[in-house]
Design a protein around this ligand. Structure first.
Ligand SMILES: Nc1nc2c(c(=O)[nH]1)N[C@H]1C(S)=C(S)[C@@H](COP(=O)(O)OP(=O)(O)OC[C@H]3O[C@@H](n4cnc5c(=O)[nH]c(N)nc54)[C@H](O)[C@@H]3O)O[C@H]1N2
Ligand SMILES: Nc1nc2c(c(=O)[nH]1)N[C@H]1C(S)=C(S)[C@@H](COP(=O)(O)OP(=O)(O)OC[C@H]3O[C@@H](n4cnc5c(=O)[nH]c(N)nc54)[C@H](O)[C@@H]3O)O[C@H]1N2
Ligand SMILES: [Mo]
Length: 766
């Protein structure tokens, strides 16, 4: 028997396991490993596994669509797989016959697990395509506003992200790194598909040693760890600061006029706006001070520094998960164009350094092994964050990227590999919307809120129970993921589940093409082996023996848009003018009040200077969590160690805590007119006054499962956030646009029940 450790991969990192053992440890060569998921096989984590197919009692007894308000309240009945397959197949068949495939919502957004074959999104989409299609979702929660605006003004978001130059290039050239939203190392633990070596900590050290200066523009100091100038900013106002920096450059004639003339359209309109020639309001640092809270001399000084050194101006994705989020990126590009360093090594703009491990990697993007999804015969879609709107307004219309569409009438919601009762905003509204479909089917590994609120829950295996092919873009490796143990109880892979249902619908062959999971993995490996230029791959058996293959490095460009800068005629941008569109005729022609034709300061729908702040005077930011990926493994010891009195901590500034009589460690009630949750106070001097920070991902734990519930007990910010679109252009989420009030909670403390199992009709044993 081979005694060498074998590998498995999580979005959070590469893991090693000794043969015959179930102990998981970080890859020995990882320079900055974390502990996420190392305890995934613990009793505590296993306790919440979905063990057998489970059906809501009322769904079994009544016709579909009856008693949907009982979702989340009723007992579950466990059934054998055969029966579950029959029930799901019959229900899909019924709805397709009666209402057509456009009544199935299969957007199924979510990160699922690493592994290219057992990729839940690919699995569910292939399955639903074989059945004749489904209503899909577009864009992401991560950067939905960026995805829609960037192609109009520069290039598609992914294309830009793939061109972000490496940290090494930045260390060599960048002397000033201006980070809107910081560069939180916390977030670079992840890569979609699986991080290899965690490179960002070393990269930042190297930049410091090379003399790069960092400026952290964020309400929260810890968004850059270590040496950095901190410029606290009122949330949601970065656009005003960026415009004011532009104004300061133009006023002093320090901007790069040649760059504007040669590479941009619309600079005259931008100048008129920045100088206030049409609206009588010059966007000066003084003007911005009142909006951002940043003294005008700080802005003036920063503008000077930007043009006197090689400067990278980066914005986190959080900046555009906001009301008018498009403007944040449009202003960023406008500012970087005025500075004139776009396309030069170490200069220009970035839209994602500090969000994932992969961004800033020296590895070029190459598409990895893939599980074919087939073709979707249904054209209808929704922008991903419009799910509650869709369910509540069938037939209603929405606008998206300059066109008008209507919402489908959804009868079945089918989810695999995502947790909407984690990720969506205004969860009480989602609870109401969730009552609309006739049937909700969920594949889950654990009893999350989404699983508890479904009609049919099918137990999915975890990646530690499956062999797979591991690959993530720009991580430079191909991994033979090996199962550490067999699936727990009756759990099956999503593939086996879909195969079982498809065969009941006489579509088994179409779905499986006659391949077992192992045969698919070999097939995908062979296809990739033929296609890739990144390595001479050995045969599959040899690959399994090696466990991991390092792909040859294909360097990324030395600067984003460097080709365009070198030869603008030969490498035009994919915009109508081929140039950077500081003014976009296309968007202007859409005539949207909430997204004009050039970067514009538009007041957020709610913020610290809106009338609503009189009642709810704190801006709540819900950042990505340090000890987990979104809601995944929140029930693990590693995530729970970050809680205080079982609740998610909320950061409060000293002044705000004092004014409310709140001490460190106190339980507080966080509330607004949408909802309320409990959290535990963590008081800090490193947070701007008027701002509160509550990480996402504490499992949703309403006092009772009802859209009228008055309290969430665990610290889930999405009972407070606003379910509104960034604008009628992108319809993206505005998770970061949220006002609240906080008070000490002196009542009797309700126990957290997020980590309890649902009720079953019979005693529940493994
Ligand atoms: N307030 C607020 N809300 C936010 C954000 C924010 O900043 N603030 N961020 C948003 C962002 S950027 C994102 S990307 C979303 C993330 O939202 P999601 O991606 O939906 O969150 P996850 O917790 O990763 O959910 C993945 C689920 O899939 C399950 N799962 C894992 N592997 C498998 C598998 O192989 N098969 C099946 N069937 N299931 C599996 C896990 O158990 C888990 O429940 O959240 C968004 N929500
Ligand atoms: N550990 C961990 N890492 C993750 C994830 C995770 O769940 N856990 N999720 C991954 C995913 S799916 C995504 S999309 C990325 C998200 O990457 P980001 O969107 O960049 O991450 P956030 O943590 O939401 O925001 C970063 C910081 O922005 C600051 N910020 C918020 N609003 C404003 C504002 O208006 N102005 C300014 N200047 N700053 C502001 C906050 O202080 C916050 O700490 O993270 C990824 N990385
Ligand atoms: Mo995301």
């Amino acid at each position: 028997m081979d005694k060498r450790p074998f590998f498995t991969l999580g979005h959070w990192g590469l893991r090693e396991v000794e043969p015959g053992s179930t102990e998981i440890r970080p890859w020995q060569a990882d320079s900055d490993p974390n502990s996420i998921g190392l305890d995934q096989l613990s009793v505590d984590v296993d306790r919440l596994r979905v063990l057998r197919p489970s059906i809501r009692e009322g769904w079994l007894k009544n016709d579909p669509g009856v008693g949907t308000a009982n979702r989340g309240l009723e007992k579950f009945v466990e059934v054998p797989w055969d029966e579950a397959f029959e029930l799901v197949a019959a229900e899909l068949n019924r709805v397709i016959q009666q209402h057509g495939n456009s009544s199935i919502y299969g957007g199924s957004y979510g990160w699922g697990s690493a592994g290219r074959f057992h990729h839940a999104q690919s699995q569910i989409h292939r399955f639903l395509n074989v059945l004749g299609g489904y209503v899909k979702s577009r864009d992401s929660y991560s950067y939905g506003a960026g995805s829609v605006i960037m192609p109009h003004i520069v290039a598609p978001m992914e294309k830009l992200l793939y061109q972000h130059s490496s940290w090494d290039t930045l260390a060599e050239h960048t002397r000033l790194f201006v980070a809107f939203g910081g560069l939180p190392l916390r977030n670079t633990q992840m890569s979609a598909g699986g991080a290899g070596n965690h490179r960002v900590s070393d990269a930042l050290t190297k930049m410091h040693l090379s003399g790069t200066r960092f400026v952290n523009i964020s309400p929260l100091r810890e968004d850059i760890e270590g040496d950095a100038e901190w410029i606290p900013i009122r949330p949601g106002t970065d656009v005003a600061l960026m415009l004011a920096l532009g104004n300061a450059l133009i006023a002093k004639r320090l901007h790069d006029e040649n760059f504007l003339q040669q590479f941009c359209t619309g600079s005259d309109k931008v100048k008129r706006y920045l100088l206030g020639e049409d609206d009588g309001c010059p966007k000066t640092p003084q003007w911005a001070e009142d909006i951002t809270g940043i003294p005008s001399d700080v802005t003036e000084k920063l503008a000077m520094q930007m043009v006197t050194s090689r400067t990278m101006i980066n914005a986190s994705w959080s900046l555009q998960r906001q009301s008018h989020g498009e403007q944040a990126y449009w202003s960023l590009v406008t500012l970087a164009s005025l500075v004139g360093q776009i396309g030069l090594p170490g200069g220009g703009f970035g839209i994602g350094y500090g969000t994932l491990n992969s961004i800033g990697s020296p590895e070029a993007n190459m598409s990895g092994p893939r599980f074919p999804q087939g073709r979707n015969a249904v054209e209808q879609f929704i922008p991903v964050a419009r799910i509650s709107d869709m369910l509540l307004n069938p037939g209603g219309s929405f606008s998206y990227d300059g066109a008008s569409y209507s919402y489908p009438d959804i009868k079945i919601v089918y989810w695999a590999g995502g947790n909407p009762f984690h990720h969506h905003q205004d969860l009480k509204r989602l609870m109401r919307a969730w009552q609309k479909p006739e049937t909700i089917i969920v594949h889950e590994q654990y009893w999350t809120a989404t699983a508890k609120a479904a009609d049919i829950v099918l137990p999915a295996s975890i990646s530690l129970e499956r062999d797979d092919l591991g690959y993530a873009s720009r991580e430079g490796q191909l991994v033979a993921m090996r199962a550490v143990r067999p699936p727990l109880a009756q759990a099956k892979s999503d593939y086996d589940i879909f195969s079982g249902i498809a065969s009941r619908l006489h579509l088994g062959q179409q779905f499986t093409e006659g391949r077992s999971p192992e045969e698919w993995i070999v097939h995908m490996y062979e296809e990739y082996r033929q296609r890739t230029k990144l390595a001479e791959l050995p045969d599959y058996r040899q690959f399994l023996k090696l466990g991991r293959i390092e792909l040859q490095q294909q360097s990324v460009p030395t600067a984003l848009l460097s080709d365009f800068r070198r030869k603008p005629e030969r490498s035009p941008l994919p915009t109508p003018s081929g140039k950077i569109e500081l003014f976009s005729q296309t968007i202007d022609d859409f005539a949207l009040r909430d997204c004009p034709g050039q970067a514009t300061w538009l007041e957020p729908i709610e913020w610290l200077k809106s009338p609503k702040a009189a009642k709810f005077p704190l801006h709540l930011l819900s950042q990505e969590p340090r000890n987990r990926l979104h809601s995944q493994l929140d029930h693990s010891a590693h995530s729970r160690m970050g809680k205080i009195k079982d609740r998610e901590p909320i950061l409060l500034s000293q002044g705000d805590a004092q004014a409310r009589g709140i001490a460190d460690g106190d339980i507080v009630r966080v509330f607004n007119d949408r909802g309320a949750c409990l959290a535990s106070a963590r008081i800090t001097s490193d947070l701007m006054h008027g701002v509160a920070v509550l990480a996402t991902g504490a499992w949703f734990d309403p006092f009772e499962w009802s859209p009228d519930t008055t309290l969430e007990k665990h610290g889930n910010p999405n009972v407070l956030t606003l379910d509104a679109p960034a604008s009628s252009l992108s319809q993206a989420t505005v998770a970061q646009t949220c006002l609240v009030e906080v008070e000490r909670f002196d009542g009797e403390l309700p126990a957290v029940t997020a980590f309890s199992l649902p009720n079953f009709d019979q005693e529940h044993t493994e």
